[in-house]
Design a binder for this molecule. Structure first.
Ligand code: PLP
Length: 237
């Protein structure tokens, strides 16, 4: 690990290590291997100076929820850290699909037919093949993106076979204020039926539960980088 000043190690790097320790503990408690779980640090709304210490500490997987914001921050960082893996974790608009295919390593938010079709076109046009996850609206919330649970398996089979989409996993965001466990269990069940091996589930407040239910990717922002909405937070975008 690298010191970012002679005074103290950056607090986000300390937090990162604390999260890794908790991931390892949760994995052990579920008889799972720590190395099967990818920590995706959600860097949305934070800028390069906040992200850099984590990169210097060796972290490589990051999540962003907007294509343009990600391009603005990460284009230059990728020259210095070519092995960065960027995950799109926010809703994708069809007019941004081409850029998303070009820019992201994992698109976790395939959430409707139209996007699946456009992604298939872009993937063959660009000959670039990011990993794709299907977002499932496990809480059937009208305002939330995602395929409904009852349609998910057929959706995945259709786009894998007829469009040859590289769908490897599932992603969900359980309803706020609900016990997330049943949502994680539902995602895992859909994945098993559809033969998928990656599960992006769990955020700062519930990642240990998600690991118990089989998460392979946890998406953690505020527990590492601090609160995005703190008025005192410096350099927010
Ligand atoms: C912002 C965000 C996260 C990170 O949330 P924290 O509570 O800050 O850990 C995870 N997943 C998605 C889809 C997000 O938009």
């Amino acid at each position: 690990m690298q010191k970012t000043s002679d005074k103290a190690v950056c607090s986000s790097v300390v937090a990162l290590q604390g999260i890794f320790a908790k991931i390892e503990k949760a994995a052990t408690e579920s008889n799972r291997s720590f190395s099967d779980i990818t920590l995706v640090v959600v860097s949305k709304k934070f800028d390069v100076p906040e992200i850099l210490p984590l990169l210097q500490a060796g972290h490589r997987h990051f999540g962003e929820n907007r294509v343009q914001e990600a391009q603005a921050k990460w284009s230059a960082l990728r020259f210095d850290f070519p092995d960065i893996k960027l995950h799109l974790i926010g809703p994708l608009q069809s007019n941004k699909a081409a850029e998303a295919v070009q820019f992201f390593d994992v698109i976790e938010t395939v959430d409707r037919e139209k996007i699946a079709v456009i992604l298939a076109q872009e993937i063959s046009k660009q000959n670039r093949c990011p990993q794709l996850y299907v977002q499932v609206n496990t809480g059937r919330e009208p305002q939330k993106a995602g395929i409904s649970p009852q349609d998910a398996v057929a959706f995945i089979r259709h786009y894998k076979s007829s469009y040859h989409l590289n769908i490897e996993g599932l992603m969900c965001i359980p309803p706020a204020g609900e016990n997330p466990g049943p949502h994680f269990a539902l995602l895992e069940q859909i994945g098993r039926e559809a033969n998928l091996t990656r599960f992006s589930m769990g955020m700062s407040r519930d990642f240990e539960t998600a690991i118990a239910f089989g998460a392979t990717n946890v998406r953690i922002g505020s527990a590492i980088l601090g609160h995005r909405d703190d008025p005192g937070q410096p350099r927010r975008l």
